[in-house]
Design a binder for this molecule. Structure first.
Ligand code: ADP
Length: 153
């Protein structure tokens, strides 16, 4: 099964949307493999947003991402990276499709509610960045037989 990283950003924490966002992934049928709240350090943010470090708005993103703790989660399922990315919507909340998280809850390119990994390769790297091995949980959900056909898993 594939795994992906979701960060519920301060824009969602401030707006009390944590439960709403977790609920969307649960209702989709994804399995929660890890979850914690953390205050992002300068170091972890620099690493996570290294591709934006030279942008004029980097300091603004940093201030925003440190304005409250974030909730980091690992979701698991078939094609999980693509599925979660599509549920997230495009970067700019004003352009994101209605029905996506950003499309439903964001009016901003910066304050866009969640981060999700953009490829299976990056998901592996990002999960390692935010979680220790012992923070992942494997467990059987009785509901799995209603979520996948037997030949899918
Ligand atoms: P995504 O989060 O959709 O994968 P990026 O990796 O390009 O997008 O950017 C990371 C985050 O940086 C975005 O989610 C958003 O919060 C912020 N960001 C990206 N572009 C801009 C911009 N032009 N102005 C302000 N913030 C931005």
């Amino acid at each position: 099964m594939e795994r992906t990283l979701v960060i519920i950003k301060p824009s969602a924490v401030h707006r009390q949307l944590i439960g709403e966002i977790i609920s969307r992934f649960e209702r989709k049928g994804l399995r929660l493999a890890a979850l914690k709240m953390m205050q992002l350090s300068d170091e972890i943010l620099k690493e996570h947003y290294a591709h934006l470090a030279e942008k004029p708005f980097y300091n603004r993103i940093k201030t925003s991402m440190q304005s409250a703790p974030v909730v980091v989660c690992c979701w698991e399922g078939l094609d999980c990276v693509r599925v979660v990315r599509e549920m997230t919507g495009v970067t700019n909340g004003r352009l994101a499709d209605t029905g996506t998280i950003r499309g439903d809850f964001s009016m901003s390119i910066q304050e866009n509610i969640v981060h999700s990994s953009d490829s299976p390769e990056n998901a592996v790297i990002e999960l390692k960045r935010f979680f220790k091995t012992e923070e992942f949980f494997d467990y059987i959900r009785p509901v799995d037989s209603a979520i996948y056909a037997s030949d899918e898993v």
